[in-house]
Design a protein around this ligand. Structure first.
Ligand code: FMN
Length: 299
């Protein structure tokens, strides 16, 4: 009932692990798979090992999370073993990568392909890493160049993960339309201040906001892009329960990714949402996820 396909890639359910949460090691990805995820996306991996920013890098708010981890990662050359371990889980593994230009992205994507991932996700959207992510992802010409170059160099599907921190996400989505799927959205650039310390709470000052408070932004992005660009969409941002997933699917997503909800509900969130979704679909007379994709679009 819950099985979905993004192009030719089949998932047992539409609930994938989002990049950056419990997914730096193969073992933690295996745990997430055991708890029901339909697929996993790795932490974003770059050319060199990176320590990330100094603490504090994460700050809990009553309506979400603020983070500026700083793209901490072990570097691509050290990552093959983690993919091998994650692949034992028997569901698709998507390798997320970040680079500073088309050449780096293409190199990283080829390495991921060599390691055996089922698709590669281009992080064109981190809101707080200088020279990476969103600085690239708001430039339509650069997005187009990166996606084209990666497509030329790999044979696996290429997913482009876009930032909501732009006034024109549709234009960026069109620029990324050589990709095989669009992933919407990464975190929203934000900050918070500790009024007793009279200082920003994060060492990096600026970070990315995730969790329930960004869901309406994610829904809007998916809805807007679905009507303008003919590509499968993976919805991300603020999903906590089955109703949120169904909302994303009705806006136009074919699958979703879940991150912050793991902090809020625990690793069981995948199997719990899957069974909540089955209940909802039975109650409303739906047999397949595909029947729901984009049905809230008002033409
Ligand atoms: C602690 C943390 C680390 C993250 N790291 C990455 C990352 O490395 N690459 C990436 O593309 N997105 C990263 N994200 C963004 C998530 O993948 C996701 O797009 C965002 O958190 C919105 O989904 P959520 O509300 O379900 O968490 C990170 C998010 C959090 C909270």
């Amino acid at each position: 009932m819950l099985s979905v396909a993004i192009n030719d890639l089949r998932f047992r359910n539409p609930l994938l692990l989002a990049s950056g949460i419990l997914d730096e090691s193969g073992e933690s990805m295996l745990q997430v798979i055991k708890h029901g995820a339909g697929g996993v996306v790795t932490k974003s991996i770059g050319m060199e090992p990176r320590e990330g920013y100094e603490n504090p890098v994460i700050y809990e708010l009553s309506y979400g999370l603020l983070n500026a981890i700083g793209l901490a990662n072990p570097g691509i050359e050290n990552y093959g073993e983690e993919i091998k371990i994650a692949k034992r889980g028997g569901v698709p593994v998507i390798g997320s990568v970040f680079g500073k230009d088309a050449e780096e992205f293409a190199y990283l994507a080829r390495k991921m392909e060599e390691y055996g991932v089922d698709a590669v996700e281009l992080n064109l959207s981190c809101p707080h890493a200088r020279g990476y992510g969103m600085e690239i992802g708001v430039d339509a010409a650069l997005v187009e160049e990166i996606v084209k170059e990666v497509k030329r160099k790999v044979n696996i599907p290429v997913w482009a993960k876009l930032t909501p921190n732009t006034h024109n996400i549709v234009e960026i989505a069109k620029a990324a339309s050589d990709s095989d799927a669009l992933v919407l959205i990464n975190t929203v650039r934000a900050m918070a201040i500790d009024i007793e310390a009279k200082l920003p709470v994060l060492s990096n000052i600026f970070g990315g906001l995730s969790g329930p408070c960004i869901k309406p932004i994610g829904i809007r992005a998916v809805y807007e892009v679905y009507r303008e660009v003919e590509k499968p969409i993976v919805g991300v941002g603020g999903i906590i329960d089955a109703r949120d997933v169904i909302e994303y699917i009705m806006a136009g997503a074919s699958a979703v990714e879940i991150g912050t909800a793991i902090y809020l509900r625990g690793i069981h969130v995948f199997s719990e949402i899957a069974s909540e979704m089955e209940d909802w679909m039975k109650k409303h007379g739906y047999e397949k996820i595909e029947e729901l994709v984009g049905i809230a679009q008002v033409r």
